[in-house]
Design a binder for this molecule. Structure first.
Ligand SMILES: Cc1cc2nc3c(=O)[nH]c(=O)nc-3n(C[C@H](O)[C@H](O)[C@H](O)COP(=O)(O)OP(=O)(O)OC[C@H]3O[C@@H](n4cnc5c(N)ncnc54)[C@H](O)[C@@H]3O)c2cc1C
Length: 496
């Protein structure tokens, strides 16, 4: 009997990892990717000796990577040369004060007490809660799938309603630990990784600052694209075939089954099952015939987007650490402008990454490679944008913030610039509305409420990646890949 054939649409992290799982179990897997290289949002480029990760720059939740690489039969630490980044971030506030987030408790105590007397005890309690949230959320919500309502709504999960604080807004919840607004923002800004405002995010997400400090933020030598290279090696060794610069135009259906895909070049490919790694709302809206779910998805909440600058710099800025975050005083207005008004904030919190601080080979000797990320609202459906003006506005905001660190003439030292806008994210990776993290992670779009890993009507059409379960991020894409691949294997009657 010929092996079950699987077509995977998209070579993002979720697509590659799922392909590897399926091929390792003897399935015949082909991955079709519209772009010339694998990785999806975990992308990179090089120019004149400067190397840029254009998406992820933080390897967080290292235990998840370890477990998921082990599930693929390899060892993370043998594959990647990892270094822990501590302090994880240097936070810079509008008044010029700074806080280096570190796992060195003594250094943390001194800094926190200087900002707010007695706050160190609050910090320890907050970390304790973060630990509890992390353990419970990973076990009961992230590391498993929800095939039926009763998988989610059951007696066992009932206690989570109080222990995970899902109904408390994260920022307001911080009042139990700190009075000082700078500290409340220092331990909630991570919500933006979920594409959420801390004024909306469930307090459950204290698991993020906890894992960053307790398990660490890491950096693979060579950058985050090394993760993709290693996954590709595993998938190719298992026999997966990849077709790049090949876009899928349509998923072909027959009754309640998917029978194959039609490519942009008109070619038809048949398969026993389809796994879509492309952004889930895009698949419903563009690759399937008009359907009710596509309309429902149009009304869901989408995560924010970002304007990113990639700069080759002709000198070194050694004073700039690997990860610097400028946090705005008007923290609330900032998030409201992004999440509610879907615009570029007047005074945005923003992030600067200097990879050469961690791996000098990321820039030519004596020069620097800088990435500046300005969170902005995702795109509206029918609006004309003056991208040039928005880019200029965002760039000036970065320069203004860098001046707080005494970096006043950066503009003169920029050798070249590449810039990604929400439109770039949409065009490059088919992300609906240019939302960098796909569907948002508010309470009503998590767990059983998030679109599942199998289509409710076409039972051989599956999903993997950020807009399906469990959600955004590289670790989560790896979990999503394993959960979906195992579900498919179960459906095909393959022994796990
Ligand atoms: C700016 C930014 C910063 C981030 N920072 C971090 C971080 O520090 N740490 C972290 O863990 N995560 C981070 N993330 C999130 C992380 O990058 C994503 O959650 C993850 O990479 C998503 O993987 P995925 O499997 O959903 O696939 P995607 O990356 O969405 O890949 C899907 C693939 O499908 C392809 N595709 C789409 N349509 C078609 C079609 N019609 N035909 C063929 N192929 C198609 C796309 O080209 C793409 O390659 C960041 C994301 C962004 C954008």
């Amino acid at each position: 009997m010929s092996p079950t054939s699987i077509l995977i649409i998209g070579a993002g992290v979720g697509g590659i990892a799922a392909a590897a799982h399926l091929a390792q179990h003897g399935l015949n897997v082909t991955v079709i990717e519209k772009n010339p290289r694998p990785g999806g949002r975990c992308d990179h480029f090089s120019r004149d000796g400067h190397h840029f990760d254009t998406g992820p720059t933080l390897l967080i939740m290292p235990h998840v990577y370890e477990d998921e690489f082990a599930a693929l039969g390899t060892s993370l630490h043998e594959m990647l040369d990892l270094q822990r980044v501590d302090p994880t971030y240097c936070l810079v506030f509008d008044d010029g004060s700074q806080l280096a987030l570190t796992s060195d408790l003594k250094a943390m105590e001194e800094q926190l007490e200087a900002i707010e007397p007695d706050s160190f005890q609050g910090f320890l309690r907050y970390m304790n809660e973060g630990y509890s949230h992390y353990q419970q959320a990973m076990q009961h919500l992230v590391n498993r799938d929800f095939r039926t309502a009763s998988d989610f709504f059951n007696k066992r999960n009932l206690p989570l309603l109080s222990t995970l604080h899902p109904f408390s807004r994260h920022y307001h919840h911080m009042a139990a630990y700190f009075d000082e607004p700078r500290l409340k923002s220092a331990f909630t800004f991570q919500d933006v990784y979920m594409g959420l405002s801390p004024f909306e995010a469930p307090a459950t997400f204290s698991m993020m600052p906890y894992t960053e400090l307790a398990h660490g933020v890491w950096y693979p030598k060579g950058g985050m694209s090394r993760v993709v290279e290693e996954l590709m090696g595993i998938a190719q060794q298992a026999g997966v075939t990849f077709a790049f610069q090949t876009a899928v135009k349509q998923i072909e259906l027959n009754g309640n089954r998917a029978k194959g895909v039609i490519l942009e070049n008109g070619q038809r490919l048949e398969a026993d099952a389809i796994l879509a790694n492309a952004d889930l709302p895009y698949v419903y809206q563009h690759l399937l015939p008009p359907n009710e779910q596509a309309q429902q998805l149009a009304h869901k909440r989408y995560s924010c987007s970002v304007i990113s600058f990639f700069w080759g710099i002709d000198r070194l800025y050694e004073a700039l650490g690997p990860h610097t975050l400028f946090l705005a005083d008007d923290y609330r207005a900032n998030f409201d402008e992004i999440a509610r008004d879907l615009s570029i904030p007047a005074n945005p919190s923003l992030y600067i990454h200097a990879p050469a601080r961690l791996d000098p080979s990321m820039a030519p000797a004596g020069e620097d490679t800088l990435i500046a990320v300005v969170p902005v609202g995702h795109m509206h459906d029918h609006e004309d944008y003056d991208w040039k003006a928005l880019i200029t506005q965002a760039r000036q905001m970065v320069f203004r913030r860098l001046a707080l660190l005494g970096i006043t003439h950066l503009e003169r030292h920029i050798k070249f610039e590449t810039c990604f806008t929400p439109l770039s994210w949409r065009k490059r990776y088919n992300l609906v509305r240019g939302a960098t993290h796909g569907l948002a992670h508010n309470l009503m779009q998590l767990g059983y409420f998030r679109p599942g890993n199998r289509h409710p009507h076409y039972h051989n059409l599956y999903f993997v990646g950020a807009s399906t379960h469990p959600g955004t991020g590289i670790p989560t894409a790896l979990i999503s890949a394993r959960l979906t691949a195992h579900r498919m294997l179960e459906d095909f009657g393959v022994d796990l």
